[in-house]
Design a protein around this ligand. Structure first.
Ligand code: AHM
Ligand code: MG
Length: 335
């Protein structure tokens, strides 16, 4: 067995020819995101030691209280993207409007980044895994001096040129796709590099894990309730009852299911009639990654990646995971 370590930087350069319009810009953009991820990782890791836990005392556009680390992570990613020069618009969960980067080096940049800088905020204060989710689009009009607009951000998910997540867990991993499969890198803190640890990730076609906040059961649509009961029934021929696992950090829940096989569900509920999770920077990137790994993602009516976004912070129901499990759920939803 070879002991050769491939760093994320090396891997990106080796794979550059795979990228659409390969001129190095997307490689540099991914590198910028990885740098910010390392800085956020450092802060998440010492969160108990410095004054960074707890509420920032501010609210995001969705009226959700912001944690200090939410704000810190947002600043780090925006700053890395701003100074990197390859991104002209950042759309973040933490900001009401898109941030147009109009500096000399960025104003003609070709890429748009939509990001949830720190997902799973409610887990920050209690040492449970949190994550970052990002999605990259190409600007629709790239002629010099044409301005990027909201329409560039509101592209369907199937127009993504890359997407990825970082999970700050028992180890820190960066997983990404550029539409040619999914690769995972683990941060080696001793050298400060993400190293290829999970090449060509494939989601098992079937699994035995279902992930949903069952506390909201009473508010779920009937088809989802019926599916949960199905998961809990005894039937050794289909390995039921299944196992329930719910961390409350979408990134960590989906990462586990990607490796082990499973389904993650966040349906519409009476308090969140359109679901809770945001289409542009949560559902779309995760759907792109899971599809690239061989799984599927739907809102219960159709493919997540086919939804035309109309608003930056719009929400969607999402059912995402192993093909056989999502298809089995769909039979309950359709009936
Ligand atoms: P956030 O972006 O404000 O952190 O919210 C998103 C998180 C997801 O990571 C997670 O899957 C979900 O909210 C958990 O919601 P709930 O507490 O309703 O189960
Ligand atoms: Mg989030």
């Amino acid at each position: 067995m070879s002991n050769k370590t491939t760093t994320l930087g090396q891997f990106i350069i080796e794979r550059q020819a795979d990228f659409p319009y390969a001129k190095g810009e997307l490689s540099r953009l991914l590198r910028d995101i990885a740098i910010a991820a390392k800085i956020v990782n450092r802060e998440v890791n010492k969160a108990g030691l410095v004054d960074i836990l707890g509420d920032a005392g501010t609210y995001n556009i969705q009226g959700e209280g912001q944690k200090k680390l939410d704000v810190y992570a947002d600043e780090q990613f925006v700053s890395a993207l701003r100074s990197g020069g390859e991104c002209c618009v950042v759309a973040s969960e933490e900001n009401e409007n898109c941030l147009y980067i109009e500096s000399e080096i960025s104003k003609n940049a070709k890429y748009i980044v939509a990001i949830d800088p720190l997902d799973g905020s409610s887990n920050i204060d209690v040492n449970v895994a949190v994550g970052t989710i990002f999605s990259i689009y190409r600007r629709r009009h790239t002629e010099a001096n044409t301005k990027a607009s909201l329409e560039d951000v509101l592209q369907k998910g199937d127009q993504q040129v890359a997407a990825g997540y970082i999970v700050y867990g028992s180890s820190t991993m960066l997983v990404y796709t550029t539409g040619k499969g999914v690769n995972g890198f683990t941060l080696d803190p001793s050298i400060g590099e993400f190293c290829l640890s999970h090449p060509n990730m494939k989601m098992p076609k079937n699994g035995t894990i279902y992930s949903i906040n069952e506390g909201h059961y009473i508010h779920f649509p009937q088809g989802v309730k019926d599916y949960i009961k199905y998961c809990q029934q005894h039937d050794p021929s289909t390995n039921r009852p299944f196992t329930s696992r719910y961390i409350g950090s979408m990134v960590a829940d989906i990462h586990r299911n990607l490796i082990k096989g499973g389904i993650f569900l966040y349906p519409s509920t009476s308090s969140h009639p359109n679901g809770k999770l945001r289409l542009v920077y949560e559902c779309n990137p995760m759907a792109f990654i899971i599809e690239q790994a061989g799984g599927i993602a739907t809102d219960g009516k159709g493919r997540i990646l086919d939804i035309q976004p109309t608003q930056l912070h719009q929400r969607s129901a999402i059912f995402i995971g192993s093909v056989d499990m999502v298809n089995s759920l769909m039979r309950f939803i359709d009936s």
